[in-house]
Design a protein around this ligand. Structure first.
Ligand SMILES: NS(=O)(=O)c1cc(-c2nc3ccccc3s2)cs1
Length: 302
């Protein structure tokens, strides 16, 4: 690995491994090297890893998914290590939003920028979902941005369908709960594609208000943040909610006005956000339908 690529700096602690910025010595091309801790058993690469890699190879044909350039596994001190080599983008959405919040003159993201990033995110999610693949852990940290070109791509698809998101990642870092759908937080075991659209809604709101919509620091607190804004879910709005494994009696809050949470978002934006944050997964808007919403009417789709 060292011979072909020159490691430059660590750029991310993915859910399943360290990510380094690196340079292809021959071509000078910048890449992202994702080192995975896949334990090679005696038969070589575990089938789950092979399935993840094949899913990635199919998915990364979309320009809205970070492209997997190649897969290399090498022996390192006798241990077989799997490297995934991805295209490199210079920042992630978390840093991009922070750069607009912090600093001497904090400034909002231009509405056209939010609209363009949200559209690209929905395209990437629609692509994954059309292949029956959930991301499961969409968050600003794993959405990559090319500032100059105004491009957003989904990264860290390392979860696919065969993993559940751990509470801690492999470096014992806390995995954020802020973008997690209520059905997952309430212990549903048969959650599906709508979990990603909940995350998209939280990211949409965060781009507009430049702070997280539901910043919970535990699974229980995460639910309370959601209930305080959207109201405590009832069987009326979400049939079956009280049968979910981790449901119990919660304080009863009434729904608040969503507009107050995202004051800079126009009526179309608030309407689309409300459809992404429907409690009942069956009512939640799909990525494909979201792209047809009037909020995008003014988007230059060229
Ligand atoms: N954190 S950062 O400096 O903005 C930054 C992160 C990245 C990443 N690129 C990839 C590619 C693939 C998988 C995960 C990551 S994380 C590139 S720049």
């Amino acid at each position: 690995m060292e011979d072909k690529y020159e490691k430059l700096e660590k750029v991310g602690e993915g859910t399943y491994g360290k990510v380094y910025k690196a340079k292809d010595k021959a071509s000078g091309q910048l890449v992202a090297l994702k080192k995975t801790r896949l334990e090679m058993d005696e038969e070589g690469i575990p089938p789950t890893a092979l399935r993840e890699i094949s899913i990635l190879q199919v998915l990364s044909t979309s320009i809205y998914i970070v492209r997997l350039l190649c897969v290399q596994h090498i022996e390192h001190k006798g241990k077989p290590i799997l490297y995934l080599v991805f295209e490199y983008l210079d920042t992630d959405l978390k840093k991009f939003i922070d750069s607009h919040r912090k600093g001497p003159n904090p400034c909002p993201l231009p509405p056209s920028q939010i609209q363009s990033f949200l559209y690209q995110l929905c395209k990437g999610v629609a692509h994954c979902h059309s292949h029956g693949v959930l991301h499961r852990d969409l968050k600003p940290q794993n959405l990559l941005v090319d500032k100059e070109k105004g491009i957003l791509k989904i990264a860290d698809l390392g979860l696919g369908r065969s993993f559940t998101v751990p509470l801690k990642n492999y470096t014992h870092e806390i995995v954020t709960l802020w973008y997690r759908a209520p059905e997952v937080l309430l212990g549903s075991t048969n959650y599906a594609l709508p979990v990603d659209m909940w995350s998209v809604g939280c990211i949409f709101a965060e781009m507009s208000r430049r702070q997280a919509l539901f910043p919970g620091d535990s699974e229980f607190q995460q639910l309370l943040h959601i209930f305080r804004l959207l109201g405590t879910p009832t069987e009326e709005v979400w049939p079956g909610v009280s049968d979910l494994k981790d449901w119990h009696i919660f304080p009863k809050w009434e729904p608040q006005s969503l507009t107050r949470a995202v004051p800079s978002l126009g009526p179309e934006g608030v309407d689309l956000l409300s459809k992404m944050l429907k409690y009942n997964p069956a009512d939640r808007i799909s990525a494909k339908k979201a792209m047809e919403h009037p909020y995008f009417d003014s988007l230059d789709r060229s």
